[in-house]
Design a protein around this ligand. Structure first.
Ligand SMILES: Cc1ncc(COP(=O)(O)O)c(C=O)c1O
Length: 394
């Protein structure tokens, strides 16, 4: 029987009443700090374009030139005839950059996580995930045949306790590298030891660390100096700091060969356009050659953190480009976001189910492309909303 239309209407009304209704904003700009959104010129602090590469002229040039050579669509899945030389070269360059034997491209990060976790787990096995892992990892765990346990956020003792209870069936420990809505970093060293002791794969989704963290930008795994034996399954997306789209999994030769045969979201989907891969190759070059972008980003994070501290804002313990201001109620978070928008600043309110109940927040993100003046403008607007005429926190 089809879903009752009354139930659909009830749900929509309830989302409105509980301040959880969402709608896409309409952008008429390239991804950059100042954007025309819903007809209003706004200074944005909510993008994941951490290095300011999404609209970089060299990426555009690489994209255009590949389009002229290879057209737009890839036409088929990688295993049919969609695997272009640009895909192949990008995979080889990612493998070299991340210090792994091989890398495999997926069309999105969501698909990389679904495909990898379901391919690597079986019935009667147990996987362990941080409670605050990204939805795509959690969904992958739910869809896999394995049993999933979620341990307390970044709590190594709690993970160890759970692993001890399921020692015989443990097969994967899975974590965000940088937590997407909190900005803090996973304790990979300790996790790697536990995973090894329990003969489990450690999988790290470094969507928000890749390009940004580590000396060369290879991510949290580089920053925390972990080898490919310690983190055998490394996943990251290319739609954030790398400024393009898609994702990869990097690891040993056999792992990647196994995923090619078994990851259904790799096998049964059209390959990303070759021009996206060509732009990705240029992005990889800029990430490595232009380390000033990481330095500028660090400078911007420092400026914002100092300013937020002076204002006494409820910041979360994050050293990364993700600097959430914890609010609590969804209604208040929405109101604060609206008030900022009236002052020409866009910081979106993040509400459940993206974050736990009563933990709605403003997820401020910084980019190397923000100027010091723009960060001051953000701080002035935050002062007006939270300090000068304090918004009532529910
Ligand atoms: C930690 C994390 N993993 C995976 C994804 C999904 O990647 P994609 O947008 O490429 O599907 C995201 C965000 O989009 C993310 O924040």
């Amino acid at each position: 029987m089809k879903k009752d239309l009354n139930l659909i209407n009830d749900f929509l009304q309830q989302q409105q009443q509980t301040h959880l209704y969402r709608r896409p904003r309409l952008s008429e700009s390239a991804q950059q700090p100042s954007m025309l959104i819903d007809g209003q010129q706004l200074l944005t602090f909510c993008s994941n374009d951490y290095l300011g590469l999404a609209n970089h002229p060299k990426l555009i040039e690489a994209f255009e030139s590949a389009t002229k050579q290879y057209g737009v669509g890839s036409g088929a899945a990688h295993l049919i005839n969609g695997h272009n030389i640009e895909h192949q070269l990008l995979e080889e360059e990612i493998a070299e950059f991340t210090g792994r034997e091989r890398a495999l491209l997926f069309s999105t990060g969501y698909m990389a996580n679904l495909g990898t976790i379901s391919a690597l787990t079986e019935k009667n096995e147990t996987i362990f995930q941080d409670r605050l892992n990204h939805a795509s990892l959690i969904d992958a765990g739910r869809l896999s045949d394995a049993t999933m346990w979620r341990y307390a956020h970044n709590d190594i003792e709690n993970l160890e306790k759970r692993l001890n209870r399921h020692r015989d069936s443990a097969s994967m420990v899975i974590t965000d590298g940088v937590f997407s809505m909190d900005g803090d970093e996973a304790k990979l060293n300790e996790m790697a030891v536990l995973a090894e002791q329990n003969k489990s794969w450690l999988m790290v989704d470094d969507a928000h660390g890749f390009g940004v963290l580590g000396k060369t930008g290879a991510g949290l795994v580089e920053q925390q100096k972990l080898t490919s034996d310690e983190v055998p399954v490394l996943m990251a997306t290319l739609g954030k700091a790398a400024g393009t789209a898609g994702a990869f999994v990097a690891g040993d030769q056999d792992l990647i060969e196994y995923l090619i045969q078994s990851a259904r979201t790799y096998v049964f989907t059209t390959a990303m356009p070759p021009a996206i891969a060509a732009a990705g190759r240029m992005s990889l070059r800029l990430i490595q050659e232009e380390s000033w972008r990481r330095e500028q980003l660090q400078q911007n994070i420092k400026q914002f953190k100092q300013g937020a501290e002076t204002l006494g804002l409820a910041m979360m313990p994050s050293e990364t480009a993700i600097q959430p201001i914890l609010i609590g109620s969804s209604a208040t978070a929405l109101k604060a976001s609206q008030q900022l928008q009236e002052k020409g600043i866009l910081v979106t309110a993040i509400r459940p189910p993206t974050v736990p109940k009563n933990e709605a927040r403003l997820r401020v993100t910084l980019s190397a492309s923000h100027t010091s003046l723009q960060i001051e403008q953000l701080l002035d607007a935050l002062a007006a909303v939270f300090v000068n005429q304090p918004i009532e926190r529910a």
